[in-house]
Design a protein. Structure first.
Length: 447
């Protein structure tokens, strides 16, 4: 097991850092735009809900491809990995086009759906129409990202995200506030900076993949000539993953919709807390994704007991790490909020919500590992779908609507009610994990 832990951390650290940088991009945007006031935070926060919805759909598509990529990697089937990359590229780019069209044509309707105030809509529409252009680059980068990580080469995705972060921060400083002779464009400046950063990431990804002739460096014919049986197997195995992410993302967007209907202050608090939460969970997401590569590799090689043992070890490691981090986070949360220029009411509510968030971190670290890392990469995409989506729609959404719109409870209570979703997830996930029924070899046994 010592060798496993060594390989795991070699893969996990760059994957976690990649997740950290991705979260920092959103956090930096929120902090820098936050200097303009709460209206700007709300505008970017709602605008980023569209990007969040898009990236979750995209993540579902890539995770579906990743199930095959990790198991193909277990059998050293390079040709299979390239075919699944091409399939992922086609579907991801099509998805990005749909979101770009929706964000370009219906931005006002999107903001009105969140009951945004006129001032928020006025700022947010311009932001959304610009930032959605970057979705096209994100689609291609994400598809290559998944394939590269499944071949245990996570250093490149980390480099790609690092370049994106540097470009985004520098251009934010120039374009939001009008430094170096540039006009002060406010939230639209943040959108332009984000778009340039996304295309910079894509340029670095393609340059390294094809420059170093990595196994993903295939021509169009090899990538996009996809056998019919692979389409069928992908649809059968990956459809639950894609629908999982779609249904889950819509459910989470419902949460934001409820908070936006409560008040502008509520959506500001939720925007701040969610960005911080994503930052805190990056190492668990990186660990879950890295663990999934090894679990999928073991299942693809028909080492089923080894996959189960790996998962148990990772669950223990994840829980111990979460316990330590949650305690540290509660102690330093006043420092974390220092960069935000918000009212005392928003500050106090964010402080309260972060305590609940710290407690839930321990559970979320495990549910992500089980659902995304273990069940999906083990081939049991159907159970992952039922657990994840069922808990959101049967527990989380009804609870947040009840607390926020029916009983009009305090924000922290409504937020805690929403988190009951995660409690139910961990109970069902542990039962499924112990049954070992999640081990399904989709490469060797496609039927």
């Amino acid at each position: 097991m010592r060798s496993f832990y060594k390989k795991f951390f070699i893969l996990m650290i760059p994957m976690a850092l990649k997740e950290l940088i991705s979260s920092l991009v959103n956090l930096v945007d929120t902090i820098m735009v936050g200097q303009l006031g709460e209206t700007s935070i709300a505008a970017v926060g709602i605008g980023n809900q569209v990007y969040f919805l898009y990236t979750v759909f995209l993540f579902g598509m890539s995770c579906g491809a990743g199930v095959f990529a990790s198991q193909f990697w277990g059998t050293q089937d390079v040709k299979g990995m390239r075919k699944i990359l091409g399939l992922n590229l086609l579907l991801s780019f099509l998805l990005s086009c749909l979101f770009v069209l929706a964000a370009s044509i219906f931005p006002v309707q999107i903001f009105e759906a969140f009951k945004a105030e006129p001032a928020v809509i006025a700022e947010g529409v311009g932001y959304l129409r610009i930032v959605c252009i970057g979705y096209l680059a994100t689609a291609i980068t994400t598809a290559f990202d998944m394939s590269v990580c499944c071949s245990e080469r996570a250093g490149l995705p980390f480099l790609v995200r690092a370049v994106g972060l540097v470009v985004n921060v520098c251009l934010n400083w120039v374009l939001i506030f009008g430094h170096l002779g540039a006009p002060a464009l406010g939230v639209e400046g943040a959108a332009i900076a984000t778009v340039i950063a996304r295309f910079s990431e894509l340029a670095v990804m393609l340059s390294v993949v094809y420059g170093k002739k990595m196994i993903q460096a295939a021509g169009p014919k090899e990538l996009f000539t996809i056998p019919k049986d692979l389409w069928i197997r992908f649809a059968k195995t990956s459809a639950p993953v894609v629908f999982n992410e779609m249904a889950w993302a819509i459910g989470v967007t419902m949460y934001s919709w409820v908070f936006a209907r409560i008040s502008t202050e509520a959506i500001v608090v939720i925007t701040i807390v969610q960005n911080i939460e994503r930052l805190m969970l990056v190492f668990f997401h990186g660990g879950g994704n890295a663990g999934g590569v090894f679990i999928g590799k073991a299942v693809g090689a028909k080492k089923y007991n080894q996959a189960y043992v790996y998962a148990k070890k990772l669950a223990f490691l994840s829980l111990m790490t979460a316990l330590v981090l949650s305690v540290i986070f509660v102690l330093i949360r006043p420092i974390i909020l220092l960069p935000y220029q918000v009212s005392a009411q928003v500050h106090d509510q964010a402080m309260q919500l972060m305590i609940v968030m710290a407690v839930m971190m321990n559970i979320k670290s495990l549910t992500f590992l089980f659902i995304v890392g273990v069940f999906r990469n083990g081939g049991d995409t159907r159970s992952a779908f039922l657990i994840d989506v069922g808990c959101v729609w049967l527990v989380g959404v009804p609870m947040v609507v009840l607390g926020g719109l029916v009983l009009h409870l305090p924000l922290v209570v409504t937020y805690a009610m929403m988190c009951c979703e995660e409690v139910m997830k961990i109970i069902v996930s542990v039962l499924r994990f112990r049954s070992k029924k999640w081990i399904k070899n989709v490469v060797a046994d496609p039927a």
